[in-house]
Write a protein that binds this ligand. Structure first.
Ligand code: AMP
Length: 433
């Protein structure tokens, strides 16, 4: 016998329960699109390599699925969505009124090392806010990200920083942007000594090295205290100070909203994407050391793709990891109960199949989820299978019922039944549910 083929390494099949969980999370995201005014967009999975690689950051760039299509174009599967959304805002949505709020769901692809919570095909949602450089826009993105996790019932914290602090320090030493990106990428991967080595090779001052090192230790949940320590450390660098004050304002607004989440301010925090220019953050669930989502401000990306200068801030919650965290925290009911329906219509013989289909249609028209028995293995077997699947009601259509224009309604839990005329089936079923 032929062996059943496996999925490609890092790719997953999603079984009904997996997808039911995903849809639960997505329904809340969709509700937040509505509540916060984000309009949903879609872009292709396949984009030109040059677009996706322009500001992706080294780590993501070298994990992209890149190939030439049959027309000889260098293309790639998107590793994330921000570049594609920025492309839209630079082009087709150029003349939309700002601020412009866009939301999305997207399957993304990275040749990551498959492990718990890390896949080669994964799903992101996203909220992107274009056209405001004000701190309340940053606060809104933090709010919506935390609102999502709170609505899902997750215990979580949010780690917040600002790339302007480190960039300010490195700019003062004339470290070129490209090299800064390398250093920030290493810090993102918590490789402090490699980052310091790179900086030493660039001949930055001892003071700069000390500040970069010290920044890595300035973090905590008392944001006032953390920010004051940071202020003393970078007192002589005006650009870094401006970044720190901006972070201070964002965090104050976030807190004043009354909807804020538990915050960890981390002044040495960096993210592996080159396009960030301001506040950055990541979401963490208790007991899970991988980020559930991340985001930040990226004021130059739209311009980089030929659009007008457009400040922007956004976030992308990772749906798969949110599902994982919810499983860990026991937030899904044991039986998701989707797809089985509330009733089954069972024709007893060949002659009653047509009437059975008509009764099922009438029930669906009134909004009752109903399956039709399509096995015709006999009444006992149909009722047994339905009962096991947790379907509460069977609508039995036998020869006597068909002749008399009626059905038998059976409550599969209490095993009681009643005889109901056809024109009363819908209301009788609804009464039982
Ligand atoms: P990033 O675009 O790197 O900021 O990622 C945003 C979010 O996408 C992360 O916080 C994860 O939740 C999710 N994510 C990124 N890479 C993967 C992956 N390989 N597998 C599953 N989820 C991922």
């Amino acid at each position: 016998m032929m062996r059943v083929p496996n999925t490609v390494r890092g790719m997953r099949d999603l079984l009904p329960d997996d997808l039911a969980k995903r849809r639960r999370v997505e329904a809340v995201v969709q509700e937040l699109f509505r509540l916060y005014g984000y309009r949903e967009i879609g872009t292709p999975v396949l984009e030109s390599y040059s677009l996706l690689s322009a500001k992706a950051g080294e780590e993501i760039r070298h994990r992209m699925y890149v190939f030439k299509d049959l027309g000889g174009r260098q293309v790639a599967l998107r590793p994330e969505m921000t570049a594609s959304v920025a492309r839209l805002v630079a082009g087709k949505l150029r003349s939309e009124a700002k601020p412009l709020r866009l939301g999305y769901f997207a399957d993304c692809y990275r040749y990551d090392n498959p492990q718990m919570g890390r896949y080669r095909e994964f799903r992101q949602a996203g909220f992107e806010l274009f056209g405001s450089s004000r701190p309340e826009a940053d606060a809104e993105i933090l709010l919506v990200a935390c609102d999502l996790l709170r609505r899902l019932g997750l215990k979580f914290s949010v780690k917040v920083g600002h790339v302007g602090i480190l960039r300010g320090i490195l700019n003062a030493e004339d470290v070129a942007e490209k090299e800064q990106n390398v250093v920030l990428g290493l810090l993102d991967k918590r490789r402090l000594s490699a980052a310091l080595k790179t900086l030493k090779a660039l001949r930055v001052s001892e003071e700069c090295l000390d500040i970069v090192k010290a920044l890595q230790r300035i973090r905590g949940s008392e944001s006032e205290h953390v920010l004051r320590r940071g202020e003393r450390l970078i007192a002589s660098n005006e650009a870094a100070l401006t970044a720190l004050r901006n972070l201070d304002t964002v965090l104050r607004l976030f807190s004043e909203s009354g909807m804020n989440g538990p915050v960890l301010v981390d002044l040495g925090f960096a993210r592996g994407l080159d396009y960030y220019t301001g506040m950055i953050f990541e979401l963490y669930a208790q007991d899970l050391d991988i980020a559930l989502g991340g985001g930040g401000r990226y004021d130059r990306l739209v311009e980089c793709f030929g659009g007008e200068a457009t400040p922007a801030v956004g976030c992308s919650p990772g749906i798969d990891r949110i599902v994982l965290a919810m499983e860990r925290q026991g937030l899904f009911p044991e039986k998701l109960g989707l797809g089985t329906g509330k009733a089954i219509v069972v024709p007893v013989g060949e002659e009653q199949i047509g009437l059975g289909l008509r009764v099922a249609s009438a029930l669906r028209c009134s909004g009752v989820a109903v399956t039709s028995d399509v096995a015709l293995h006999g009444l006992a077997e149909a009722l047994g299978t339905a009962s096991k699947a947790g379907i509460p009601i069977a609508v039995i259509v036998g020869p006597k019922e068909a002749k008399e224009g009626a059905v038998t309604l059976r409550n599969l839990a209490s095993k009681t039944q009643s005889y109901v005329p056809l024109n009363e089936v819908v209301s009788a079923v609804q009464r039982l549910l």
